[in-house]
Design a protein. Structure first.
Length: 142
């Protein structure tokens, strides 16, 4: 196996980039477009073609080796460079907290939907359904 210098595989990088893109949306922003990212990379001195971005996002291209580009992408997404430069780097705290928030929001959305759809059921049946949901997703948080 060739020496990759500890850089993430194409598939790992794609997962990490997806998390970063999703986090931006979770933080209340609009998703970044390719043009937003390409312009930032041009200003940082590491141009990024549309084809290369698509390969990186899909995880189908060759393993990324441009450390400068990966470091600039990390700066753009406001995470430590090691997140994109290392295969086995832990999730940044900001990403972890946003994922937890998304999980909680999705669970609350399910509870809200279920309560509207199941309004005609008996209180005992609703309580049992609620207990089953909490057993699967954990207790609701204020």
């Amino acid at each position: 196996m060739p020496d990759t210098g500890g850089l993430p595989s194409s598939q790992t990088l794609a997962r990490k980039l997806d998390l970063l893109m999703d986090t931006m949306v979770a933080e209340g922003g609009e998703p970044y477009s390719y043009l937003d990212i390409a312009e930032a990379m041009d200003r940082a001195g590491t141009p990024l073609s549309r084809a290369r971005w698509q390969y990186m996002r899909a995880g189908t291209g060759p393993q990324p080796r441009d450390r400068g580009l990966l470091a600039n992408l990390a700066r753009f997404f406001q995470v430590d460079g090691s997140y994109l430069l290392e295969e086995n780097c832990e999730l940044p705290d900001r990403i972890t907290s946003q994922l937890e928030l998304l999980r909680t929001m999705r669970a609350a959305k399910v509870r809200s939907f279920a309560s509207r759809q199941l309004a005609d059921l008996s209180p005992d049946t609703l309580r049992r359904i609620s207990e089953m949901i909490e057993a699967e997703t954990g207790p609701s948080r204020p």
